[in-house]
Design a binder for this molecule. Structure first.
Ligand code: NAP
Length: 280
């Protein structure tokens, strides 16, 4: 048996097509959608991600400004920059890129992003609204997980989903979006005891840990759906997920690839959020 491949490419192309049309209509009406990405790091994989996001924005007709605050920026500098971008009428979406300088926290700094421009759902206000089931921009990666499951017709109602990882950007919001869809959710983390015993009872397993190939077949229920959020750089400039795809593919019923799964849908949703913000 080999797991069905839950590609994100087709869904991503569909979303990007819709974004291109909406961006063109906005430009025709005199508004050029603009996304600002604030960075305060010299991390190489972050730089790679930001430049690929910038190219993707360009292709759909969104202007993307990278605001490099320097790897030594302090919390006040970052807060001031986010406040300034929030006040600029021509900026519609704002992302604060991680990693951030030591001693600063995304959850704290992102509070300076105007919630109407918070296209990656990082402001604690956006996350609070999401938890309450109120309209807000969800973190794009969390929304991408649910979008891929929907796109491939995987029912969530009443099913047991285990989410491994509890970060504010991925694990927690993913768990809450799934809960809002009436899944029964278990959130696992580095202190979870007998992790494989917990995850191998789940109908759907979502992994966002940041450890290459950590999840092997004993963590997976036979026939389960496995969603790999992990994007770990390899020595040959490629990417590998948190799931050991070779081993898990023979046990799972369906599995997202890395690359080509959650990643492209995340990017497409960030762009979709930006045109939505520009249309307001
Ligand atoms: P993170 O902030 O480092 O969080 C990792 C989470 O994994 C933490 O909650 C941690 O638990 C948990 N964890 C670590 N080791 C564990 C273990 N041995 N057993 C169980 N849980 C463990 O990372 P993140 O920002 O959520 O990102 C996770 C992965 O997703 C990374 O590979 C990242 O590159 C990728 N990512 C992908 C996308 C995309 O669009 N595809 C977007 C964002 C991130 P504790 O809380 O107990 O420390």
């Amino acid at each position: 048996m080999s797991a069905r491949v839950l590609s994100g490419k087709e869904l991503s192309a569909t979303i990007r097509g819709q974004v291109t049309e909406r961006a063109a209509a906005l430009r025709a009406a005199g508004t050029t959608p603009r996304l600002a990405v604030a960075t305060a790091t010299d991390d190489a994989s972050s730089a790679w991600y930001v430049s690929s996001l910038s190219r993707a924005a360009d292709r759909v007709g969104i202007t993307c400004d990278v605001v490099d605050l320097g790897a030594d920026a302090d919390a006040d500098t970052i807060r001031t920059a986010l406040g300034k971008l929030s006040g600029q009428e021509t900026v519609h979406g704002i992302i604060l890129q991680t990693p951030l300088p030591p001693g600063t926290a995304l959850e704290d700094l992102a509070a300076e992003i105007d919630p109407a421009k918070d296209v990656d759902g990082a402001n604690p206000l956006s996350i609070g609204r999401l938890v309450c089931g109120l309209p807000a921009y969800a973190p794009a990666t969390a929304e991408a997980v649910v979008a891929i499951l929907d796109h491939h017709g995987i029912d969530l109602e009443g099913r047991h989903v285990a989410v491994v990882g509890r970060s504010t950007v991925v694990g927690k919001p993913t768990a809450h979006l799934l809960l809002n869809r009436n899944a029964t959710v278990t959130i696992c983390h580095s202190r979870t005891r007998h992790l494989a015993a917990v995850t191998s009872r789940a109908d759907v397993l979502v992994v966002a840990v940041g450890k290459p190939k950590m999840i092997t077949s004993e963590y997976v229920l036979p026939g389960a759906v496995a969603i790999d959020v992990g994007t770990n750089p390899t020595e040959d400039s490629g990417l590998v997920g948190d799931i050991d795809a070779g081993a898990v593919a023979v046990r799972a019923g369906a599995l997202t690839p890395v690359p080509g799964g959650v990643g492209p849908v995340t990017t497409a949703l960030l762009l979709a959020h930006t045109v939505r913000a520009a249309a307001r």
